[in-house]
Design a binder for this molecule. Structure first.
Ligand code: MEV
Length: 443
């Protein structure tokens, strides 16, 4: 049996990594090697930058980079860059943006931008003693972190506040320092983690040497220092609002606007109360959000984890959006935490992320929060509009048609013929197979 284990893989150069991989894991080593190499960037300097983003890189993994135009947000029109592999997401966002354009577009508001970090530690002293000692200690913690915070303070950010918590349900001597930060236009992960690690060192040093502590109180153990990706006070709101009379003008003639709005409102309410629907509903919101987060090289895992925790903040997982109809007014809104950066990280290193920020007009992190929230709301609107009217499959399968055709090896001319053929027919894998059978290429 071939030995598929390896030591020192990370030390091998790219070609050696590919050769080893081909020999041990790929069915047609030569073809596979060529295919991997075909995705390398021609510009070697650029390829080196891409390789530097991660480890053990063997190639690049392309995803479509699309644009949803006509997004009017607070009166300003944006073309929104989106990176996503799922067909119909960009089309739905663009169509929702166009729908709302004559109705005043999207409105947004940043509620707050507080980021958080935690220093977890164990200490043998009592709560009363900690309360008495903390004010002086806080000053020392801040002072000894000034070499890290000075720059951020110049930009208008820094440490906002320190709160300490004791959670005996975790351990009788468990304490936590929760630190609030303003990180301006950077996402702030490195800044926050560096400050927290400095706090840990200061705290340890204080415990081992402060004369006011008893022998027992000197026992302090730092457990870990890390930012929290749960940022319920780094929140943005986006909404659309119009009279049903105005909406009637943008709907196809014959559609009853009140009927549509009521179905839409009920669809949102189902997601407010039923977690099974809420997860799918919020997934639709994240189709839009993640696409722009990715296009601007922000951390989509952090955004997702935080958004889902926020959706469950009252103990039940619920829709992140809400819909109301009051009298003649239809309002649809989204409230979501988004911890983003427009400087630092990969935002300026990845050439296409840089391009995305240029397309968006070099936004601040606050402005990007608003654009992304509006895109999430548009995506949610687009999905629900389809769901409560035509159903999702009609549009989705039309967009998916091309993928199925490519799967069957269709030529560009056959693709064009298929588009005409399926204009008034239901697209399915079987239907496309039957269509392609006429060319005798399908097995
Ligand atoms: C598909 O990616 C997203 C939807 O399922 C969202 C929804 O159901 O609201 C269409």
């Amino acid at each position: 049996m071939q030995d598929k284990k390896i030591a020192g893989f990370s030390k091998m150069d790219k070609q050696a990594k590919i050769d080893w991989l081909s020999t041990h894991f790929l069915e047609e080593p030569t073809a596979a090697t060529q295919e991997l190499a075909s995705f390398w960037h021609q510009d070697e300097d650029l390829q080196r930058i891409l390789d530097g983003f991660s480890e053990n890189t063997i190639s690049n993994f392309p995803l479509p980079f699309g644009i949803a135009p006509n997004f009017m947000i607070n009166g300003k029109v944006y073309a929104v860059p989106m990176v996503i592999e799922e067909s119909s997401v960009v089309a739905a966002a663009a169509s929702a943006a166009k729908f709302w354009l004559p109705l005043g577009g999207f409105h947004t508001e940043v509620v707050d931008t507080v980021k958080l970090g935690q220093l977890h530690f164990r200490w043998s002293g009592t709560t009363e003693r900690w309360q008495a000692l903390f004010p002086e200690l806080e000053q020392r913690l801040r002072l000894e972190a000034t070499h890290l915070t000075a720059n951020m303070e110049k930009r208008g950010g820094g440490i906002l506040r320190l709160d300490w918590l004791r959670k005996t349900e975790i351990a009788p001597d468990y304490y936590q320092l929760r630190v609030s930060f303003e990180t301006c236009d950077s996402m702030g992960a490195n800044f926050i983690n560096s400050v927290l690690e400095q706090f840990g060192a200061t705290l340890q040093q204080w415990a081992s040497s402060a004369p006011e502590l008893t022998q027992k109180e000197r026992e302090l153990q730092i457990l870990m220092a890390i930012l929290s990706n749960y940022t319920p006070d780094c929140v943005v709101k986006a909404w659309v609002e119009c009279s049903m009379e105005d909406m009637q003008k943008t709907l196809k003639t014959g559609d009853d606007v009140r009927h549509f709005c009521q179905k839409f409102e009920t669809a949102v309410n189902i997601a407010v109360h039923d977690p099974y629907r809420a997860v799918t509903h919020n997934k639709g919101i994240f189709n839009g959000i993640d696409s722009v987060v990715l296009a601007t090289a922000n951390d989509f895992r952090a955004i997702e984890a935080c958004g889902h925790a926020y959706a469950a903040r009252d103990g039940q997982y619920r829709s992140l959006s809400r819909c109301t109809i009051k009298g003649d007014t239809f309002r649809f809104e989204l409230e979501i935490p988004l911890a983003l950066g427009t400087v630092g990280g990969l935002t300026k290193l990845h050439p296409l992320a840089k391009m995305s920020l240029q397309i968006l007009g070099q936004p601040s992190a606050r402005e990007l929060m608003q654009v992304i929230a509006a895109t999430g709301l548009a995506q949610n609107f687009g999905a629900l509009r389809s769901l409560v009217t035509t159903g999702i499959q009609a549009g989705h399968m039309k967009m998916h048609l091309q993928n199925i055709l490519i799967h069957f090896g269709a030529t560009p001319a056959q693709i064009e013929e298929a588009k005409v053929h399926f204009e008034d027919r239901t697209v399915s894998f079987t239907a496309v197979r039957e269509f392609m059978a006429q060319y005798n290429t399908v097995q």
